[in-house]
Ligand binder design. Structure first.
Ligand SMILES: [Zn+2]
Length: 51
C-alpha cells in the first residue's frame, strides 16, 4: 500500500449541461427553417439538478 495521495481530478462543472436538441436532432433546422427549440444551434442547455 502506498501513502501517496491520489491526484483528485476536478469533477464535472455543475450548473448546466449541453445536450443535442432532440427536436431537430442537432441539425438546428426543421423543415427548412430554424429550429425554435435551439435557435438553430442544434444544441440546448439543460439545467442540472432539476426535478
Ligand atoms: Zn433544435
Amino acid at each position: 500500500m502506498s501513502d501517496q495521495n491520489p491526484e483528485e481530478v476536478p469533477g464535472k462543472p455543475v450548473g448546466a449541461g449541453e445536450n443535442i436538441c432532440r427536436r431537430c436532432e442537432g441539425s438546428g433546422r426543421i423543415e427548412g427553417g430554424e429550429c425554435p427549440d435551439c435557435g438553430g444551434t442544434g444544441k440546448v442547455i439543460t439545467p442540472i439538478g432539476g426535478g
